[in-house]
Design a protein around this ligand. Sequence first.
Ligand code: SAH
Length: 224
Amino acid sequence: MGAMLRPYEDNALEPARRQMLEEHLCGRGITDPDVLRAMAEVPRERFVSPEQRHRAYTDGPLPIGEGQTISQPYIVALMTQLLRVNRESEVLEVGTGSGYQTAVLAHLAGVVYSMERVKPLLDEAFDRLMALGIRNIHLRYGDGSIGWPEAAPFERILITAGAPELPTNLLLTQLQDNGIAVLPVGDIQEQVLVEIRRRGDALQRTDICPCRFVKLIGQAGWSE
Ligand code: SAH
């Protein structure tokens, strides 16, 4: 794996980053070389506060302010692998948060449209993504549970906050036929990560694993 590691800004984080790639990702079934490359290339420490920097590559979520979290690296990699994006893919992400998942997707996809309902988080994410030279993204402030109709349909939809039920309206109106969506669904304490394949007017659901995300708040999510 050594060859795919980029030169690093902070050598003190290097062992933890290597451990993330080898143990927490490869060791748990993240096998897609493109996903591993993206995870190796995006500097996760840029997406957390200075106080959290030393923990940037640990195997868990971290607080990003406003009561929200940056997801665990394994979950980011797993969702990205399940999405199977390529350089042509147009992806809708709901829940920009820190912008970390957006950056990982932007490494692999054609264009990423990402929505966030907490304005300060969106603004910080925008600054981070711009500073990293990531340009194939569009960010929007608002309720992502109703999607981004002007940019639809999307080949892929990724929701990084937990909804009580499948947002079927969003999926049937803004996900392309044969497109894939990945999202957590369930109660507030625990959800199931599901992979959806749209086939015409039907949504085929595959349950992947239990997971825990912050709430999706909005029309197709929880009320505040
Ligand atoms: N992908 C993010 C994870 C952030 S946590 C990362 O890598 O950092 C989920 C985010 O979803 C939170 O920032 C929360 O504010 C946001 N969110 C919740 N409901 C939303 C909605 N309806 N529309 C847009 N964003 C939403």
